[in-house]
Structure formats: C-alpha cells, structure tokens
Ligand binder design. Sequence first.
Ligand code: GDP
Ligand code: IMO
Ligand code: MG
Length: 421
Amino acid sequence: MNIDILLGLQWGDEGKGKIVDALSPVYDVIARFQGGPNAGHSLEFNNIKHVLHLIPSGIFHPDKLNVIGNGVVIDPAVFKKEIEELGPPLNELTQRLVISNKANLILPSHRILDAAYELHKGNSKIGSTLKGIGPAYTDKTSRNGLRVGDILRKNFRQIYDDHVNDHMTILKSYNFKFDIKEYENEWFEGLELLKKFPIINTEYLINHLARDGKRILAEGAQGTMLDVDFGSYPFVTSSNTISAGACVGLGVSPRLIGDIFGIFKAYCTRVGCGPFPTELFDDTGANLRKLGHEFGATTGRPRRCGWLDLPAMKYSIMVNGINKLFMTKADVMSGFKTIKICTSYKIYGEICEELPFNNEIHVEPIYTELEGWEEDITGFREFKDLPAALKRFIEFIENQVGVPVKMVSVGPDREETIFRN
Ligand code: GDP
Ligand code: IMO
Ligand code: MG
C-alpha cells in the first residue's frame, strides 16, 4: 500500500500545497489526480512564496518525480506561464515532471464558454474561477474531449479547429463578446512547451513504481465540499475531489491506497458562491480574512470566512475514509479571546448533523465556545510547547470527529510545521 492521498476537507485552500511540499522528502513521487488551473497551491521556503496551479507541489524537490495524472485538465497557456515562473532550468524540469497522455486539454474556447455560461446564470452563478474547467470536463464526459496525447497527432490543428468550431456554434446562442485570437497564440506556444515533457501512459508508470516499493503521494485539488457528487451542488467544481478520485485520476487500485490525509483550516473559508452555514459577516469574519490573508491564490478574490464546521468535516471524513488529520492556520486565531466551533445544525427547528440536500434549506449552526490562546505560535516546533487552550481545541475536534490530528501547521513556510507521533 504505497500510495497515500492528501486532500482538502473543506471548500479548498486548506493549505494543501504547503503540506505536500513539507511531506515531499518522505515520498518518491507526487501526483496530481484532478482539477486544473482552478487550483492555486501556495508554498513557501527561503522567504519566497510560490503558487502552483497545474504542477504538483513536489516540484521544488530535485530528486522527486512529479506526475500530472489523467484526471487533470490542462491549459497549455497556464502550463507555460507556470513553468517559466518556477525557477529551475527547463532541462531539469523535463526530468522531474511527466504528463499523462490521457489528461484532457482545456481549449481557449472552453474558457470563453465558462465565462458565457456564468454570465448567463446571472444571480445563480457558481462563482467559477473561469479557467474553463466545467466546459472541459463536460467535453471529456460527453466524449468530445481532446487529450494531451492528441497534440502529437499530425492533423492536430485540424482536429483542434473542428472542436473550436463546435464551441463557436454553441456560443452563437449566447450574447457574449470575446476575442479568441490572443489567448490562442499563448495556447499554441504552451503546446510546444508541453511537447518537451514526457507525455506517457502515467498509469503504467505509477503502478510499476508502486510495485517496486516507491512511495507515492496523491495531491488533491479543491476540497471535499466542492466535489461534483458530494459537495454543495451545483456550487461545486466539475471533478471528484474525494479520495476515490485519486484511483480514477491516476489509474490505481483502491487496494494500493495507504493513508488518506485530510487537511483542514482551524476555521473555514470559501471563495465563490454557494452555502456556507458558519459564514461570519461581522468583524470576526473580516479579522480572519485580514489576519489569514484570505484572498484567492488563483483569482485574488476575497475569501468568505467563518467558524470551523464539524458536521461538514465529519461528512468529509466519512466520504474520504480519512485516517489522519492535518490542521493549518490555527496561528491566525492567536489572540482571539474565544473561538467557536459548529457542532450541529438546526434545520426546521430540529437539531441534526446531516448536511442538507441544497441551499434552499435554511441551516442554523449550533456552536460550542472554547477559550482562545494569547501566544504567537509560529515559532513553536514541538507539539508539547503549544498553548494549553490550543491543545484543548485540538482535543475537542479529535473527540468530536474520532480521527487524530497528526500535524499542526503554524505558518506558511515549509519549516513552520509540527508533526506529532
Ligand atoms: P491550497 O489551495 O490548499 O494549497 O491552499 P492555498 O495556497 O490556496 O491557501 C492557503 C494559504 O495559507 C496560502 O497563502 C498559504 O501560504 C497559507 N498557509 C498555509 N498553511 C498555513 C498556516 O499554517 N498558517 C498560516 N498563517 N498560513 C498558512
Ligand atoms: P485549491 O486547489 C478554492 C471554487 C470556485 C467556485 C467553484 C467552481 O486551490 O483549493 P471552477 O473554476 O472549478 O469552475 O469553480 O469552485 N474553486 C476553488 N475554491 N480553492 C480551489 O482550489 C478552487 N477551485 C475551484 O471558486 O466556487
Ligand atoms: Mg488554493
């Protein structure tokens, strides 16, 4: 069981990039299995912050292999920009990163469709990152997608034009102005860069490496509450962000899966539209946003902030089979006199813990209030040194959800991480 999975338990941005980077030394391979440029995974070392969108967060470790799996959707223009901003020279990166020939491509026209659909939805819009994710996955499932392996075909340009023409036909029924040309140029430049990387059957590679005893970390994007089946539909992304998505998005058997790490913030954030029962509209919410620098890593949008939601977390733990929890950003709440945790919901006057079917059902969060801690914890490196009130906060969560917190992140830097036996 050589494949572990790390994924978000909330609405994304839990700190996956930072933790994958911090864990990378104990793995041989880091693999992305779903999502695409909608993701923004930040990591920090030597006082430099990097934000990754498509590239796995193990890329800064020279001796690790990074894989973009078949479940990911790739925009070559975003890929090019990201590769150019990384730092290491191209001839090193082409040794460290391989791409599945089965990953679907996001075409420039997918981005336009995404924007046209969102505009058309008006008040019921999703709040998409507008990276073309929904239309690209739609084409994949309706068997109209173009895959990375297709770019090596001689008549690729013709196939591409046919696909774009189909999209243009759809766009005619939307009153939407656009110019595809400029982005198309960047896109085709990206395609040339993509061709310099190994484009292979990554499912063979990963299975062979796992069989040979290599350790693989599957890196989730988005979060469980954005899963297309189990998230707050329709305010979700278009892929399966849960642990089962790793098997589909990499081509590995569930029998090869070992640990399933669930990462959560000590509070909650959400960017985009959709239900958020514990959202705070007051000064506390504004403080969390300010102190936690809660602005989207991909779009720069302010993130909505609220208290930790345990019914949502229990649900996420259940559908993923989480056996170890990682907690981030408790440092942001240092100095808060009291901290609230939602332990159940009141729906139509009844106390319950089940998530409602949709956002037409009004949910009132029921809170438990815990004492906060004063100390700045960013300098701590041992669990035993953490403030007693923070330990009580952690113990309360563990008792409620029945899964141990095995790592506490106390800052954005890779060093600001406390592992616990
Ligand atoms: P991801 O999408 O899950 O990788 O998370 P993002 O990178 O979008 O957002 C997490 C943000 O919190 C980033 O700016 C990180 O640098 C930062 N971060 C991660 N862990 C911690 C932590 O423990 N404390 C603080 N203060 N910031 C953190
Ligand atoms: P990481 O990997 C937070 C949200 C969008 C929107 C919804 C659908 O950084 O945690 P999409 O672009 O997929 O059509 O958007 O999902 N969303 C994210 N929110 N973190 C992300 O990724 C997200 N990726 C998508 O804001 O509400
Ligand atoms: Mg993010």
